[in-house]
Each structure stands twice: as structure tokens, then as C-alpha cells.
Design a protein around this ligand. Structure first.
Ligand code: G3P
Ligand code: MG
Length: 251
């Protein structure tokens, strides 16, 4: 499977990315959320992926099923077949009852058919970092084969990013950070990342300038205040991840 070479200096991703599909307006990490986000003009979607017990990439934020599905316990205690039978919508509101947990394959089908771009956050259950990074990257490589703009992989887990790099070196990676480590530039270089994806509170004009000078793009999460978004873009931010798909209009 081959991925066309993309010039990441000429950033191929939009300035605005919908967080978990449609933020809080629809059940996170479901196809219903993507459709809702797309209805506000969003063209790129961030979502969280981990592995089922039988090693299949599924969309799920938490390590356990309890908050966002009708299931219980760890995600990797169930097979894909068992996860597919869960209700991932009723917890949000009755209108979404019966919404399933999507596979990465289902999201690839939907987004590619609708010319939408993706940011796959690799979010392993604890202890499964390396296996998840490799499996998600390999699946993404095949699911997005031939796409003009490849999925952007990101993770807080450096082990997952290392595994993704070994499995699919040409898929772009961004390092997620909640707190900016002092050696962040070294970490980006070591992991072969195209960008830094930081908690927005860690950013200022100087950090963004340093990243750009070193040849990296800067993304941040999760900005829901339009004034704060404007401030970050004023400092040169490249891409912003938001829940506020109804209040922050995509460029
Ligand atoms: O990918 C950015 C953001 O989604 C990271 O935080 O907890 O919402 O996955 P979280
Ligand atoms: Mg996420």
C-alpha cells in the first residue's frame, strides 16, 4: 500500500478540526457525531482509537466502556463483535439511541467518500501502547491507501508513536502533550513528527515561533472560546481542535 508523498511544510490540513466528531453536540467518537460536525462545515475530524480484545481498532476515548456505551469494563476485554453490539448513543440523549461504536474502517469509508480528513489519536489502553500504535498505523495505511492527504496520527504515548513510525513511516505524526516538556523539540525530532499538538494553555507566540523555526507545525486542543481561538491564530497556530463546532466557524 502506498501513500502519496505530501509536503508537510505546505500544511495540507485545515485550520479547524472537530474534536471527537461534533464535540458535545452528539455522542463522541460516533458516525452520528461526524455527520453533525460536517453539517457545520467541518472538513477534518479528531477521534480516539484503541484496540478491541481481538486487536481491531475501534473509536473509544476511555479505557473502559462504561461512560459512553451500554457496556462495562475495559475495552480490550471484549471482542469487536461484542463491542459492535453495544449502544454508544443513549448515554448522550435519546435521539442517538442505538448508535454503534465505529471501527476505524467504517470511519475511513465515511470520510473518504465525503472528502473529509482525519486526525487519528492513538489512545491505547494502559500497557498496550506499542501494539496499538503499530496496529492502528498499519490499518490506517491500508484504509487510506492512495488518499491525496493522509490521516494525521497523534498520541500522548511516545511508545505508540514509535510503533506507528516503524509500521508506517510515511504517515505523518504529531506528539500530543498536556504539559510542554523542556525538551519538546528533541522529542519531536526523535519521533520524526511533523508537528506538536499541545494543550492550548501551554502555547504562546514564542513556542509557536520556535516550532516553526525548527520546521514543525503547531496544533492545539481543545479550544472552545472564539476569542482564545483568534489569539492562538494570531500567534501563528496552524490547526485548532474544538468542541465548539456550532460557535467557531471553520475557515
Ligand atoms: O487529540 C487532542 C485531544 O483529543 C486530546 O485529549 O482527552 O480529548 O483525547 P482527549
Ligand atoms: Mg482525543
Amino acid at each position: 500500500m502506498s501513500t502519496p508523498k505530501v509536503d508537510f511544510a505546505n500544511w495540507p490540513y485545515p485550520r479547524h478540526v472537530a474534536h471527537r466528531g461534533a464535540g458535545k453536540l452528539a455522542p463522541e467518537n460516533t458516525l452520528a457525531a461526524f455527520r453533525h460536525g460536517a453539517s457545520f462545515g467541518y472538513r477534518m475530524f479528531e477521534f480516539d482509537v484503541k484496540l478491541s480484545g481481538d486487536g481491531k481498532p475501534v473509536l473509544m476515548h476511555d479505557a473502559t466502556l462504561d461512560r459512553t456505551t451500554s457496556g462495562h469494563g475495559r475495552v480490550d476485554a471484549l471482542t469487536l463483535g461484542e463491542i459492535a453490539a453495544l449502544d454508544a448513543g443513549s448515554w448522550h440523549s435519546p435521539a442517538f439511541a442505538g448508535e454503534p461504536v465505529p471501527t476505524l474502517a467504517a470511519i475511513a469509508r465515511y470520510t473518504r467518500a465525503n472528502d473529509l480528513l482525519v486526525n487519528i489519536e492513538i489512545k491505547p489502553v494502559p500497557g498496550d501502547e506499542y501494539r496499538t500504535g503499530a496496529a492502528v498505523a498499519l490499518d490506517a495505511l491500508s484504509l487510506w491507501a492512495g488518499a491525496a492527504v493522509p490521516p494525521l496520527l497523534s498520541s500522548f504515548s511516545e511508545a505508540a508513536l514509535e510503533a506507528a513510525r516503524e509500521a508506517a513511516p510515511d504517515l505523518p505524526r504529531a506528539l500530543l502533550v498536556k504539559t510542554l516538556p523542556t525538551d519538546w523539540l528533541d522529542r519531536l525530532a526523535r519521533l520524526g513528527c511533523v508537528g506538536l499538538d499541545a494543550n492550548h494553555g501551554e502555547l504562546d507566540a514564542n513556542v509557536i515561533q520556535q516550532a516553526h523555526t525548527a520546521g514543525y507545525k503547531v496544533l492545539c486542543y481543545t479550544v472552545n472560546d472564539p476569542a482564545r481561538a483568534a489569539e492562538l491564530f494570531g500567534w501563528g497556530l496552524d490547526t485548532l481542535i474544538t468542541d465548539a463546532v456550532d460557535r467557531i466557524a471553520p475557515a
